[in-house]
Design a binder for this molecule. Structure first.
Ligand code: GLY
Length: 582
């Protein structure tokens, strides 16, 4: 065993040193789908994808590769995700025999709020809400990171290679340096707050205060040490006394809006396995992550409401198709905002919300001729009491978060969306990684104007509601036919829905579906992606009563389809994604 581990280590490190440190800057996202016979990785950064593929080549499972990819992303895409944040991971294991069924698992590594917070976390003493900038920056928004925990649990169940090996590539890269990518450079340049945090300022800027240029070889020896510790001691090292005290100190002692996170909060963190949520769409089954993310429920609801319109008969991205999809999405967001939050704190009628009859009733509210403008939440079945809480709005569009899709040579697959909140999270850096600002996903104002508590109000130990939507599509027999997801804050739901419709109804290949212009609705204005041909539809949409909002819609979709004789992958060139396979 030791010999195998050693050989793997040499293989991975060599591949890394000879291929993957510098050329990430030159990598361009491919515009045609990528095809492979047996295994594939799609993620937001070319270096991370290559490392993930090497892990598969070395005999790793999809989960093994996801762990290695996540560690490399912590280093090379520090604005988006990392070990200082949280993640949702779906795992698919094919049926062993014709008589058995595939096994689908859902793992929740969402951050939790410190015990010492109150519902007034984001309220000033006069009762006003802190501005968005003040909510996301600094110690107050840091939740207990769950990513290492959830990966540890998933590895125990689905790993094939030793945990330790999976850190080798990231350790080597952190020690030897990696080339700053165009997107990382852009995000540093754009950020107004990062340089106010000493650790981050020293790391992300040149001594003259300029952002690190594209191609700059950046080393992160502190992160290399952290990775070594996690590799040697296992995931629990992240939740150990030493690490938890350091993280808690960084949060409590930051100069900017210190938070109340304690070492005990970190030491007692637990990720959770939850029952995966699935619903039908035509001949397919759509499976996603249940609450505390709203993603799975909202995606299943929207597609369920659209089924009767048979979108396959509509021209892709025509005004009438966009109208129907955005109306269904409005209805899903109305329910989302009222009903969805942390299931450990509020009773969530998930089953009722995706009930076929309920979705047919909701769908009947959609008119082909005009928008309903604002949708009202419905009353799903199995709801014993109308919720004793009030709704809040969708959270913001975020430049952070990352999605990883992997299929391995055993036919196992993962769909994992991972985040540190907004770009660079809280901006607090410790031991070489960024701490999240995920608590900013809570409703800032915990009560409505009648004094009723909101479903997503901040509470001690609660998980903030997410929109992350890691998704699997299965055929009638339960075979995997697609794994997909995206970053993008509350726009994630719309990005994933668009991609599913493009593949399933409009028969596009994976890359074409990802590239198709984004459009969505969060029960507000209909959003259309800037600089695309959707602009030509504005007039028609206005005639249907929409008030289109043309804006950047920077999805970061990653997806893989399982075809009869192989795999087809795509990744979003709006960020730096690529897909690669063998
Ligand atoms: N922080 C992004 C999300 O959880 O949806």
């Amino acid at each position: 065993m030791t010999r195998i581990v050693y050989k793997l280590g040499v293989f991975l490190s060599t591949a890394l040193i000879f291929g993957y440190t510098i050329n990430s800057v030159l990598a361009k996202a491919n515009r045609a789908s990528v095809y492979a016979k047996q295994q594939m990785v799609s993620a937001a950064n070319p270096v991370a994808v290559r490392i993930g593929l090497n892990i598969l080549r070395a005999g790793g499972s999809a989960v093994d590769a996801a762990i290695a990819v996540q560690m490399v992303l912590t280093l090379v895409e520090p604005q988006s995700s990392g070990i200082g944040g949280g993640a949702f991971l779906l795992n698919y294991k094919p049926a062993k025999t014709k008589a058995s069924k595939p096994i689908l698992s859902a793992y929740d590594g969402r951050e939790t709020a410190p015990r010492a917070i109150t519902e007034n976390l984001f309220l000033k003493s006069n009762g006003d809400v802190f501005s968005w900038d003040k909510r996301k920056i600094g110690g107050r928004s840091v939740g207990v990171p769950g990513t290492v925990h959830v990966l540890g649990v998933a590895h125990k169940k689905h790993g094939r290679l030793p945990w330790k090996i999976l850190f080798d590539p990231a350790i080597q890269m952190a020690k030897n340096g990696f080339a700053v990518s165009p997107r990382l450079h852009k995000m540093i340049k754009k950020d107004k707050f990062l340089k106010n945090f000493p650790e981050a300022r020293n790391y992300f800027y040149l001594p003259n205060g300029k952002p690190l240029p594209i191609g700059y070889i950046l080393k992160n020896p502190k992160l290399a040490e952290t990775f070594k510790l996690l590799a040697e001691k296992g995931p629990q090292a992240f939740y150990s006394r030493n690490m938890s005290v350091d993280i808690a100190n960084a949060v409590q002692k930051t100069h900017h809006l210190p938070g109340k996170l304690t070492a005990e909060d970190i030491q007692t963190y637990n990720s959770k396995q939850r029952p995966i949520i699935c619903g039908p769409y035509k001949v397919w089954k759509i499976c996603g992550m249940p609450p505390p993310t709203s993603g799975g429920v909202a995606v299943i609801q929207t597609l369920g409401m659209l089924e009767r319109f048979n979108l396959g008969r509509h021209t892709p991205n025509s005004a009438e198709a966009i109208h129907l999809v955005t109306e269904a999405s409005r209805l899903a967001f109305a329910d989302r905002n009222l009903y969805l939050g942390d299931p450990d704190f509020v009773q969530i009628p998930s089953k009722g919300l995706i009930n076929t009859k309920y979705l047919q009733e909701r769908s009947a509210l959609i008119s082909k001729r005009e928008t309903m403008k604002i949708a009202i939440a419905g009353k799903p079945p199995f709801l014993s009491v109308f919720p004793d809480f009030s709704s809040d709005n969708a959270s913001k569009e975020l430049n952070s978060t990352s999605h990883i899709a992997i299929v391995d040579s055993w036919g196992e697959a993962i769909s994992m969306t991972t985040t540190i909140g907004t770009a660079f999270g809280s901006r607090i850096m410790i031991h070489g990684f960024m701490l999240n600002d995920e608590l900013a996903d809570f409703a800032a104002n915990p009560r409505d104007n009648k004094g009723k508590i909101k479903v997503n109000a901040p509470q001690p130990k609660k998980r903030p509601r997410s929109s992350m939507s890691p998704t699997f599509v299965l055929d009638r027999e339960g075979n995997l036919i697609m794994t997909v997801g995206s970053p993008g804050g509350s726009s994630i739901i719309g990005y994933v829905i668009k991609t599913l419709i493009a593949v399933l109804d409009w028969k596009m290949h994976m890359q074409e579906a990802i590239d198709m212009p984004n459009f969505l609705n969060k029960n507000k204005r209909t959003e259309l992606e800037k600089d695309t041909n959707l602009i030509e539809l504005v007039k028609e949409l206005q005639e249907l009563g929409h008030n289109p909002d043309i804006r950047e819609k920077t999805s970061g979709l990653s997806g893989i389809r399982v075809l009869e004789h192989g795999l087809e992958g795509g990744a979003d060139s709006r960020r730096e994604g690529i897909a690669l396979g063998d």
